[in-house]
Design a protein around this ligand. Structure first.
Ligand code: GLC
Ligand code: GLC
Length: 656
């Protein structure tokens, strides 16, 4: 941090002066590649740099202005941006221009995402490419491939311990294939999303290996300590992410006789962003990926990237400054790239990353957790209360709404929100953990406890959507009624996700009702981390069943698919505007979209009747003669009572 905060006038002056001083150097970079079509491009680059130099400079000065060699790093950072721009392919530069003209492209009702592991879903990148017809059948426009970079064979946290951001794991394919894949996808209206695992690298990354040889320059890429003095000062306030598998946040390395900061696993070394060389090196990796045609980068573990003694080292202001600096640099070098934040923290902190100049897109763990909460309690009041407060976002930003991801579910609601309606957060988490591990009497769920921490009593849940929704239990008991409820629960949750404001994201496998896969227990590389229970391989038979409506797979797949296409034909479902309201029944969840569509969903095994009249007059701001359920085509009188079957959901569109 700089010693004193300079005033904004001074910062603007210095930003302009620095740009003036660095322009000849940057222009020489363009001249050195002397291609005739670069001239127009060069002008575009400098126009964008002019437009963004002030935020870039202000952010970098805040982070690194007190370092004697600040200007050297500023030059290196702008050079990295120029070099990336110069080598960016013409088709991507076209995409840059169209995205600049339409910065809210991701707000469209047409957007629907899917997420999958390359190996588990399709074997390799060739298999992913061959799956394009499947993605199109489902209506996807956005595919997130889980980390596919080079990693150690063991100890890789499912790809989140990256050894090289520039190499694809050879078992999965090559960078060339990845770049080709983005082109094929784009030609078919699909954007490729990848993780940018930027909080840490694997201890097998080239930088880490150099650090292990004793190279001080590379040791400074990480956070390393000769003794326990500083770790002992930091540690009491740090959250343990994997207390079972990797207790503590520091790992002793005999080979260099140092303690290394490892927030996650011991082989994942946290990068030192107080070192501007790290900022610059990671900018190069980021822009390299942008130049492969990746359109959205999921910024992994954003809360953890800045550390400061005396704090929890999560969600610090400098973490925001770093992302804003990257965002502004991307606006100059590769504006088609969008950031999506992965912050699975307190709702206030989740929201704090979501602005157009930071992360325009973010996971919505608040809604995800609320949906599971309401399924367990059959009571939608807490969800309605929480979402009314936490759902609204700034213009030109979007939630990614989802029900399951590759990670565990942590009950990340705000205790304050709970207290406001008389719920004790601690006790409620205990209940939810008991419920979703199937230990609460009458529970339908078969989840597994993930990382119980006896010190804090904290625990999270692993398990697929289908298993958490009761399908596994129903199958084991071979109970048709339970099976029916489970199928309806899965379909209802996804139908909410398809209609609430934001981008729906399907964890692929869920569309076929995939239940837990306990096979990980016999794989020594996976056995210790039960998140693998919900990371199953694609089962060809299940996938093949999707056209057969007499199968569970067929019923879930065809219903979700149909509803995805209804969403895509319904412009009222674009962007994030969503208003939640109480429906008069504790069991029926309600929200409107643009005051034109009213969604009602029954979170109960028993039919529920709601009186439409007061809801229509309070929530739909126009005279309504009839309401059409877009999902079935059925029509309803606006002054009638509506009976929702168990787990039924309706999308009622008003007609004047
Ligand atoms: C993220 C990933 C998670 C991983 C962790 C460390 O939160 O989603 O799977 O274990 O970061 O990279
Ligand atoms: C915690 C972290 C999140 C990570 C997850 C992995 O919830 O906040 O970033 O993905 O743990 O289990």
């Amino acid at each position: 941090m700089s010693p004193s905060t300079p005033d904004s006038g001074w910062l603007v002056e210095q930003a302009r002066l620095s740009l003036k001083r660095l322009t000849p150097h940057l222009a020489r970079l363009f001249a050195s590649v002397a291609s005739s079509d670069l001239t127009a491009d060069e002008a575009t680059f400098f126009t964008r740099l002019e437009a963004h130099i002030e935020p870039i400079f202000a952010a970098l000065y805040e982070l690194y202005g007190d370092q004697y060699d600040f200007f050297y790093h500023l030059e290196a950072i702008l050079t990295a941006a120029a070099e990336a721009y110069i080598t960016r392919a013409a088709d991507l530069k076209q995409l840059d221009i169209s995205r600049e003209a339409q910065p809210d492209w991701f707000q469209s009702e047409v957007m629907v995402g899917g997420v999958a592991y390359v190996d588990l879903f399709a074997g390799d990148l060739g298999g992913v490419r061959a799956s394009l017809p499947y993605f199109q059948e489902l209506g996807l426009t956005y595919l997130h491939l889980m980390p596919l970079f080079k990693t150690p064979a063991k100890n890789n946290d499912g790809g989140y311990a990256v050894s090289s951001f520039r190499e694809v794991n050879p078992n999965l394919g090559t960078m060339r294939e990845l770049a080709d894949l983005t082109r094929v996808f784009r030609a078919n209206g699909m954007s490729l999303v990848l993780d940018f695992v930027f909080n840490h690298t694997s201890d097998d990354h080239d930088w880490a290996k150099r650090a292990l040889t004793g190279d001080a320059e590379y040791q400074a890429y990480y956070l390393m300590y000769d003794d326990r003095v500083l770790p002992d000062q930091y540690e009491p306030r740090l959250r343990e992410i994997f207390p079972d598998q990797a207790p503590g946040s520091f790992t002793y390395r005999h080979d260099i006789n140092k303690w290394v900061w490892t927030t996650f696993y011991r082989f994942q070394w946290d990068l030192n962003y107080s070192n501007p060389a790290v900022f610059c090196a990671m900018l190069r990796e980021m822009l390299f990926l942008a130049n492969q045609g990746v359109e959205v980068l999921r910024l992994d573990a954003v809360p953890f990237i800045w550390k400061q003694i005396g704090t929890t080292c999560e969600n610090l202001p400098q973490a925001h400054t770093i992302i804003k600096a990257y965002n502004a640099l991307v606006q100059v070098a590769a504006p088609a790239l969008t950031f999506k934040s992965e912050a699975i923290v307190h709702p206030r902190d989740v929201r704090s990353y979501i602005t157009p100049d930071e992360c325009p897109v973010s996971y919505n763990p608040i809604m995800m957790v609320s949906l599971w909460d309401a399924l367990a309690t059959r009571d939608v009041r807490f969800m309605t209360h929480t979402l009314s407060k936490q759902f609204p976002l700034p213009p030109n930003t979007a939630w990614i709404n989802y029900i399951r991801s590759h990670d565990d579910i942590g009950w990340g609601f705000a205790d304050e929100d709970a207290a406001e309606i008389g719920i004790n957060g601690f006790d409620h988490r205990y209940f939810l953990n008991m419920f979703y591990t199937g230990r609460f009497p009458g529970s339908f769920a078969t989840g597994l406890p993930f990382n119980f921490n006896p010190k804090t009593q904290d625990m999270r849940i692993a398990g697929t959507a289908a298993s958490l929704a009761g399908l596994e239990q129903a199958q084991k008991k071979d109970d048709a009624q339970l099976r029916e409820f489970a199928i309806r629960r899965i379909i209802m949750l996804y139908t909410i996700v398809f209609s609430a404001g934001g981008i729906p994201l399907i964890y692929l496998g869920d569309e076929l009702g995939t239940v837990n896969d306990y096979g990980y227990r016999v794989n020594p590389d996976k056995a210790a981390d039960n998140r693998w229970v919900h990371r199953p391989y694609t089962d060809a038979t299940h996938m093949g069943n999707r056209h057969d409506l007499t199968t569970i797979e067929g019923r879930i797949f065809q219903t979700l698919r149909e509803r995805i296409f209804i969403r895509k034909r319904t412009p009222t479902l674009r962007d994030g505007e969503t208003t939640f309201f109480h429906t008069g029944s504790w069991h029926v969840f309600g929200f409107t979209r643009h005051r034109k569509i009213m969604v009602l969903a029954n979170f109960y095994e028993y039919a529920q009747t709601v009186d439409l009249k007061p809801l229509v007059s309070a929530e739909l701001y126009a005279p309504v003669s009839v309401l059409i359920d877009l999902l079935t085509g059925d029509d309803y009188k606006p002054d009638a009572a509506l009976t929702l079957e168990s787990y039924q959901i309706v999308w009622l569109e008003r007609r004047g």
